[in-house]
Design a protein around this ligand. Sequence first.
Ligand SMILES: [Zn+2]
Length: 90
Amino acid sequence: MEFTKNNSLDICCIKLKINISIFLCFLLVKLLEVKKIRARACIKCREYVKIQPDDPENQELIKSFEGNHKRHTLITLDIDEVKDQYKEVM
Ligand SMILES: [Zn+2]
């Protein structure tokens, strides 16, 4: 009897762990979506800079990038869309 009781408790524990794992995976995916990096890109020069809102140095980089490409067409988009076709400016 003791064994059966423990066993069902174990199964309950496993189920709970699986549920928690699924929940954590879901949370991670959501976090990654939110953290998706955006880029500021110049269509004419085919160059881009990453946008990192928390990084003050990056703000300066974006400012100078926008200055350098003042008369060009600048767009903001996901980094996935530019990284193969555009060159990154550091
Ligand atoms: Zn340009």
